[in-house]
Design a protein around this ligand. Structure first.
Ligand code: GLU
Length: 463
């Protein structure tokens, strides 16, 4: 049997951190078993679904590298299929038409609440055998007795009483199916073998299992993963910080750092924290998903991000770094190539956004402020820097070792500490008081641009 998993978001907003973890688990499980991972957009909530949200979800999946083998499928393009199945169930006496109006349903609800009963449909239309003539919904004849057993891969055996379940609406009066119905048809039609989803859906599962039974279909394997919590133990939400996957991109996180972080939020392989993608695919399993909720820990994510900035091949970091540099206003037609830049900068920054900001002076003119010039440049320094500039002009080859020797020799010959020469130079070159070692910075900036920047500052020093 080929393993087929799916991620089935409702396009009512951006891709949430919790959704990304669900998608990751489904993706990993399919990859591990050399199966297929399917993306299905559950857009039947027509009021809340938007194209913008669809695009946001697709972009986030793409950025995370969670590529799907099939889809995206859209439920709103499959309405006919759901209606056909519902009609079939009506024909077989397993579902029925119901024309109870809002007022009646509301009245019923109020009475039930007053009696402290669970609010549910009272079965009024079950035996009416209404025809399709007037507006109606189609309801499922949920069994009234017995239990439904969910054998969950994470939660174990969970028992639900049919008495507790409702005659749920399958097709609304506008012909659009409800979630519990369309999900069953789709998971069957798309031959999904393992449904991995958040445990906020555990209560829906017995309804879906009853539908599988009514349709004489085998249900898939279910694995309900616990929610992600904030540090205060409440369900992770905006209050705790960013929950939109793409905010993490904007803040300079690497997709793989986020995935590595998310995988451990609810799954473990001993104490191992860092995994390569291949390792994850090989090691991931449903047996080691935790039953209890995990708390989001931003500093651990940052630590992982730094680890991956330091260790991933620079060609993998390049696309994201380019994004941040461009956001910061860099002109990438000048300045060092990104691979060289990354080699130089990777130890210094925990996020790519910070790396881009700290490297912007290579790609954008960044003259020091008049205050900095005033503070660091004296007229006597002006003379020294002019001399040094003349030496740089003749320097060959322009490389780190030669620049290193040149800086040291010049300082020694002029009875200066290296810092006394390097700090004003650094300010002239970068517009800032911190930068990578100066010989590397000069090398990466290039001879011509370095000299130009020194000249610009020289001409701005007021004697
Ligand atoms: N559309 C549902 C959601 O976004 C998916 C539930 C499922 O995976 O079955 O919560």
């Amino acid at each position: 049997m080929t393993v087929r998993t799916r991620f089935a978001p409702s396009p009512t907003g951006f891709l949430h951190i919790g959704g990304a973890r669900t998608a990751l688990y489904s993706w990993l499980y399919a990859k591990k078993h050399k199966g297929q991972f399917i993306l299905r957009i559950e857009d039947t909530d027509t009021e809340r679904s938007t194209q913008e949200a669809v695009d946001a979800i697709l972009n986030a999946m793409d950025w995370l590298g969670l590529h799907y083998d099939e889809g995206p499928f859209f439920q709103m393009q499959r309405l006919e299929r759901y209606r056909d199945v519902a009609e079939q169930l009506v024909k077989e006496g397993k579902a029925y038409r119901c024309d109870c109006n809002k007022e009646r349903l509301e009245e019923m609800r109020k009475t039930q609440i007053a009696r402290k009963e669970k609010s549910r449909y009272d079965g009024h239309c079950r035996t009416q055998h209404l025809t399709a003539a007037s507006p109606h919904v189609i309801r499922f004849k949920n069994p009234t007795q017995g239990d439904v057993i969910v054998e969950d891969k994470v939660r174990g055996r969970v028992l639900f009483k049919n008495e507790e379940l409702d005659d749920l609406v399958l097709i609304r009066s506008d012909g659009v199916p409800t979630y519990n119905f369309s999900v069953v048809i789709d998971d069957h039609d798309m031959q999904i073998t393992h449904v991995i989803r958040g445990d906020d859906h555990l209560n829906n599962t017995p309804k879906q299992i009853n539908l599988y039974h009514a349709l004489n279909l085998a249900a898939p394997v279910f694995a309900h993963i616990p929610m992600i919590l904030g540090p205060d133990g409440k369900r992770l939400s905006k209050r705790h910080g960013a929950v939109n996957v793409m905010n993490y991109r904007d803040e300079g996180y690497l997709p793989f750092a986020l995935l590595n972080y998310l995988v451990r939020l609810g799954w473990s392989h001993g104490d191992q924290e860092i995994f390569s993608q291949e390792e994850l695919i090989q090691l991931f399993d449903l047996d080691h998903i935790s039953r209890s909720s995990a708390s989001f820990n931003a500093s651990k994510l940052l630590w992982l991000n730094h680890h991956y900035i330091k260790t991933l091949p620079s060609n993998i970091l390049q696309d994201d770094l380019r994004f941040h540099l461009q956001n910061a206003g860099a002109d990438l037609s000048q300045g060092p190539d990104l691979e060289k830049l990354i080699t130089q900068q990777r130890e210094r920054y925990k996020t790519l956004k910070e790396m881009a900001q700290g490297s912007l002076f290579f790609y954008k003119e960044s003259p020091p402020s008049p205050d900095l010039i005033k503070k660091h440049f004296t007229p006597s320094l002006q003379k020294t820097l002019s001399e040094f500039k003349e030496i740089l002009l003749k320097l060959s080859p322009w490389d780190e070792a030669v620049l290193h020797a040149c800086l040291n020799d010049f300082a020694t010959q002029h009875g200066m500490k290296l810092g006394e020469l390097a700090q004003p130079l650094r300010i002239a070159i970068t517009g800032n008081t911190v930068s990578p070692p100066l010989n590397h910075t000069l090398y990466l900036l290039g001879k011509e641009r370095s000299i130009k920047r020194i000249e610009a500052v020289l001409s701005n020093i007021n004697p």
